[in-house]
Design a protein around this ligand. Structure first.
Ligand code: CA
Ligand code: CA
Ligand code: CA
Length: 320
């Protein structure tokens, strides 16, 4: 019934063709979840109601309300927000930081075999054994690697040797990533973090939609991954290659990606939401990179570095 009520309001709005221009200066930009008009960290019917009210009264509106990013508040924003709310929590979440957007992809939890299992077993290295069963709860993971623009807007500057703003940020240590994440969490009030190694691999495999590819989204590295064989050793802008089964880009290739876990050998017991060994000397990295061989882009391949390491091909992606 409530939905009917909102639809009636929308039809009314269409009838009057109501649109407000958003005169938002650079300093008025908000940071947070797009569509979260009431700033409570989630999308709900209340946000739709407030958005309609803003539109009807020409009241305060901000960039979180401008769902389709055309700098106007209109019926199109209301319609898109209703779509998002009706699909919530199965939809992706779109965030804005100073008008720069990034998307977190919903990964429905499930049980899978991690390591030297289907699609990975024929070329697996010693540290991908034993394959073992992992069960994960629902989570979100970055649709793309964190790019330089996002780093710039959160941290008010870039690390050295980052010069193409839509390329993944690199030369960031695991510890630098924690600083970035802490700042991002202060801006948004949410709990972003690095993905665990198991979350990274489940997402790279395509989650519950997995086609058991060798690389993330294909058996042909050239379709999905920037690596030594096709990149001229350059980083590329995020999201240029084909996405995987979940719509996630560059999990194979482009920049290596820090994961949360300390590196350690796998154990054979089934585990639930594993977070890796309790201590160690190196943190896990996954996915291969633009100046490494395609074989390092295989989903199961594991790499690690001490957490203070900065390298020109090593970046990260967010989890939530
Ligand atoms: Ca809300
Ligand atoms: Ca709009
Ligand atoms: Ca990558």
């Amino acid at each position: 019934m409530r939905l009917k009520h909102y639809l009636f309001r929308i039809i009314t709005l269409i009838a009057v063709g109501m649109t407000c221009n958003l005169n938002v200066s650079a300093t008025d930009y908000d940071s947070g979840l797009v569509g979260d008009v009431n700033h409570d960290g989630r999308l709900s019917i209340t946000d739709i109601s407030m958005l309609i009210n803003d539109l009807l009264t020409d009241a305060h509106a901000n960039y979180l309300s401008d769902i389709n990013r055309d700098r106007r508040l209109s019926i199109a924003d209301v319609s898109e927000l209703i779509d998002m709310v009706l699909n919530y929590p199965d939809c992706n979440l779109c965030f804005t930081i100073d008008d720069w957007r990034f998307t977190m992809v919903r990964v429905k939890g499930g049980t899978f075999t991690l390591g030297a299992a289907q699609g990975q077993d024929s070329e697996a290295y010693y540290d991908e054994f034993p394959a073992h069963q992992v069960t994960l709860s629902d989570y979100y993971i970055g649709q793309c690697e964190v790019d330089q623009m996002l780093w710039y807007h959160v941290m008010d500057g870039l690390p050295l040797d980052n010069d193409d703003q839509e390329c993944p940020v690199v030369n960031v240590s695991w510890e630098d990533c924690q600083d970035f994440i802490n700042t991002l969490n202060q801006l948004t009030g949410l709990n972003f973090r690095l993905p665990t190694e198991a979350e990274w691999e489940f997402a790279a495999r395509g989650g519950n939609l997995s086609q058991h590819y060798k690389y993330s989204g294909s058996n042909d590295f050239d379709e999905v991954a920037w690596c030594e064989e096709n990149s001229n050793d350059w980083l590329h802008r995020t999201g240029e290659k084909k996405p995987n089964e979940l719509g996630i880009y560059d999990m194979s290739g482009n920049a290596w990606e820090w994961c949360y876990d300390w590196w350690g050998m796998y154990e054979s017991a089934a585990v639930v939401n594993p977070t890796g060994p309790e201590s160690g000397s190196e943190r896990v990295c996954r996915g291969g990179c633009m100046n490494g061989h395609a074989r390092f882009c295989r989903i199961g391949y594991r790499m690690s570095y001490p957490p203070f390491t900065r390298r020109p091909e090593l970046g990260f992606r967010l989890a939530l």
